[in-house]
Design a protein around this ligand. Structure first.
Ligand SMILES: [Zn+2]
Length: 202
């Protein structure tokens, strides 16, 4: 299911979530999941600053609680933040009240109207409850920066191959992604800008 561009049926399953922003102009949305962590997130912020672009960070509540200063610097630098649950839990492995409580705990810290479910997995009943309060943001391009089987050029190729107007692109400010990110992130941003894409926040 988790190929670089999510299949049509999967999109239809959560058709009220945001997968891609309809755009007639060349414009994309970089997103970073699973941070903020001191080993990776400050470096990501530096790269974004070098290119003078903004992004959206889907944070776990646990990482926000551990790194409050870093979390504050995301907003202070003009980036958007979103809720990625407290402890990176998957809805399909939990009952709905527990899942919603986990999200609310993260909301106390993150205070964002945006939500992204870890791994994209949640039950329809959970999605129905979540959409009362949050905009669920899925994605149009999965870079697979976290994959041990891909090198940074292959991650960059995913960006180049699958990006289109309005794409929501997923990277991770995580330890697993670090080795690919270091090369693939600046390369990807450079390519997007050279190809006339504006980078916006959600
Ligand atoms: Zn995640």
């Amino acid at each position: 299911m988790f190929i670089e561009r999510p299949p049509f049926l999967y999109r239809m399953y959560f058709s009220e979530a945001l997968w891609r922003v309809p755009q007639s102009e060349k414009c994309v949305y970089l997103t970073f999941d699973d941070g903020p962590i001191p080993q990776v997130t400050p470096w990501v912020l530096d790269v974004l600053q070098q290119f003078d672009v903004k992004a959206t960070f889907f944070c776990t509540g646990d990482n926000v609680a551990r790194n409050p200063g870093l979390f504050n610097s995301l907003r202070a630098n003009g980036h958007q933040v979103g809720n990625h649950t407290m402890s990176h839990v998957q809805g399909i492995h939990m009952n709905t009240p527990d899942y919603l409580r986990n999200i609310e705990k993260a909301h106390d810290l993150i205070q964002s109207p945006l939500f992204r479910p870890p791994h994209g997995f949640m039950r329809p009943s959970q999605f129905a409850a979540i959409k009362e309060k949050y905009t669920t943001v899925m994605w149009d391009v999965v870079t697979r920066d976290y994959s041990r089987n891909l090198n940074s050029m292959q991650v960059f190729d995913n960006v180049r191959r699958y990006t289109r107007n309005g794409s929501i692109i997923v990277f991770h400010d995580s330890l697993k992604s670090q080795k690919n990110l270091i090369d693939a992130l600046p390369r990807s941003i450079e390519w997007l800008l050279e190809n006339g894409y504006k980078l916006r926040t959600l």
